[in-house]
Design a protein around this ligand. Structure first.
Ligand code: CU
Length: 124
């Protein structure tokens, strides 16, 4: 059976998801984010926004932004926006120059489970 290197991780992830689907339901999965995944924005965003499927603990949440040449971009602490414990806002300290950016996040949901992921966007 021929499985490409690209497909294999997806298959493994799918198998894992199926095997743990009942537990996975309660985990905090990223539902929406700003800037959107693979978006090309013309204005530098002032903050990253991450919306999860479950409430998250802001003190145990980490969001890392890297820019062109894998340089770490200075960001503020992730904070819940208002009363919504499913949403985190991460202030970006200085305007982003044009280029490709990657966001890596790791959160602990209110049920104590860790999830992580990443997405990319670019600034025109
Ligand atoms: Cu969970």
């Amino acid at each position: 059976m021929l499985i490409s290197r690209r497909v294999l991780p997806t298959l493994l992830a799918l198998t894992t998801t199926l095997a743990f689907s009942s537990a996975a339901l309660a985990h905090a999965h990223l539902k929406h984010q700003f800037p959107a995944a693979d978006a090309a924005v013309s204005e530098s965003p002032k903050a990253l926004t991450l919306s999860f499927s479950e409430g998250v603990e802001q003190n145990f949440s980490k969001v890392m932004l890297t820019g062109p040449n894998n340089q770490l971009v200075a960001t503020g602490k992730p904070t819940r926006s208002g009363s919504d414990d499913k949403q985190l806002e991460v202030p970006i300290e200085a305007p982003l120059k044009a280029g490709h950016y990657q966001v890596q996040w790791q959160v602990v949901s209110v049920d104590g489970h860790k999830t992580k992921g990443s997405w990319a966007f670019s600034v025109k």
